[in-house]
Design a protein around this ligand. Structure first.
Ligand SMILES: *Cc1c(COP(=O)(O)O)cnc(C)c1O
Length: 425
């Protein structure tokens, strides 16, 4: 038995499903999870000493690759001075200032400890600011596991949300309205029926939790216009896209300005960090300044700030970083597309920037319904082959492939294409 298998047998005795977050359990791909011991650049190494080219990247944070020496150095130096004070620190000021300087729509920001927390808090701020309760979310978009966002993705438009999880009272989701991604008419219909009660639309500006689905031309602009018409706020959940699509996130990439933005994953450089921010008049509603209560004992933790801040500095100070990363990703996904077409594999390969997803379907994937047409059993087979050949993909069809600057064309990416070629032969 491998060490990973041994560890998993032990883990399931003490932790639900043997893991601290469900998708790690590999349940969708009928494998037992690899227990990871260390990571470096574009690779991770498991407890049995197997090294994989990693396309998960801790689910997004590792834009610069794993264990970047500058990030590690700042973490070690900061940790040496004390792990947490529960008091104000200079690093927090530096982080807040940098985020506001980099992202024009953000005038003030509050740090939290996860993407879930960022979304929960942004929604509260939007409700507090507008004095309204209803929130529009899109089927297939994930906004963390806060009660109001755990809404059955299969429910039809115009129906108030039904909880997607046991333990969520219907009262918590009764104000969550569902629309279809890339379908402005479905949003307009909701606003026509109760627009004056809608506090905000929350959207992943590139949907990256139903595989990868880019916004069609005019979709984000349309959401902006609808919000303006009804006095609702537009929240971009940039937990995946922030500091990944570009230095200004998806909002800079598409030139659409939200009222509030949530961050996570990348902003922590691998540490547990989230943030929400936006227009000053909205953020001034937040305690201790305003009446929207939100707090966190470990929020703005110095070690976490050091990691995130160092990564953000590197991202903002390296010339052409995003142009090069996105060009490499375009090349890689272009090669993949060519191969799949040549081999006659039924597929839809969506990609934008450094995010991509291979769906096993012949339909064009533009929303949740079309994403669900993908053959998940085919994905599981593909996943297993890749894993056994040293390529670590997300253990679910409905996740992104994350590329970072540590993935080199002639090395890791060429190797990955070779392995794919053997599978689809
Ligand atoms: C991962 C994710 C979240 C939740 O973040 P956690 O740190 O896992 O709580 C929220 N929104 C989006 C778009 C995400 O991808």
């Amino acid at each position: 038995m491998s060490r990973s298998e041994e560890l998993f047998r032990e883990a399931v005795k003490w932790m639900p499903g043997g893991v601290n977050s469900p998708v790690r359990a590999f349940a969708n791909v009928t494998e037992s999870p690899r227990f990871i011991e260390r990571a470096e650049g574009a690779t991770i190494t498991d407890a049995d000493g197997n090294t994989y080219i990693d396309f998960v990247g801790s689910w997004g944070p590792m834009v610069l690759g794993h264990n970047h020496p500058a990030v590690l150095k700042s973490v070690l130096e900061t940790a040496a001075k004390g792990l947490s004070f529960g008091a104000a620190t200079e690093l927090e000021v530096e982080m807040a200032k940098l985020v506001c300087e980099l992202v024009p729509s953000i005038e003030m920001v509050r740090m939290v400890n996860s993407g879930t927390e960022a979304v929960m808090s942004a929604i509260r701020a939007a409700r507090g600011f507008t004095g309204r309760n209803k929130i529009v979310k899109f089927m297939g978009c994930y906004h963390g596991h806060t009660d109001a966002m755990l809404v059955k993705a299969g429910s039809g438009v115009m129906t108030a949300g039904r909880p997607d999880s046991a333990g969520v009272p219907e009262g918590c989701t009764q104000d969550t309205l569902l629309a279809d991604y890339n379908d402005l008419d479905s949003v307009r219909a909701l606003f026509e029926s109760c627009g004056e009660e809608i506090a905000a639309i929350i959207v992943e500006p590139v949907a990256a939790n139903m595989g990868v689905v880019a916004p069609q031309k005019g979709f984000l602009e349309g959401l902006r216009a609808i919000c303006d018409q009804y006095g609702s706020l537009l929240i971009f959940d940039e937990v995946i896209t922030g500091f990944r699509m570009s230095l200004t996130g998806a909002q800079g990439y598409f030139q659409v300005t939200p009222d509030l933005t949530t961050f996570g994953k990348i902003i922590g450089g691998g540490m547990p960090v989230g943030a929400y921010g936006g227009r000053k008049e909205i953020m001034e509603m937040v305690a201790p300044l305003g009446s929207v209560y939100q707090a966190g004992t470990l929020s703005g933790n110095p070690v976490a700030m050091a990691a995130g801040l160092t990564q953000l500095h590197l991202l903002s100070e390296t010339p052409d970083l995003y142009e090069k990363l996105n060009a490499t990703a375009d090349w890689f996904f272009g090669e993949m597309e060519g191969m799949l077409t040549r081999k006659g594999v039924p597929h839809c390969l969506n990609h934008i920037g450094s995010l991509g997803c291979l769906f096993f379907t012949e339909q064009k994937v533009v929303d949740y319904a079309t994403a669900k047409t993908s053959d998940t059993a085919a994905y599981a087979e593909y996943f297993k082959h890749m894993l056994h050949q040293g390529i670590y993909l997300a253990p679910s069809q409905f996740e992104a492939m994350f590329l970072g600057t540590a993935h080199r064309r002639e090395e890791e990416l060429a190797k990955t294409l070779e392995v794919m070629e053997t599978y689809f032969a």
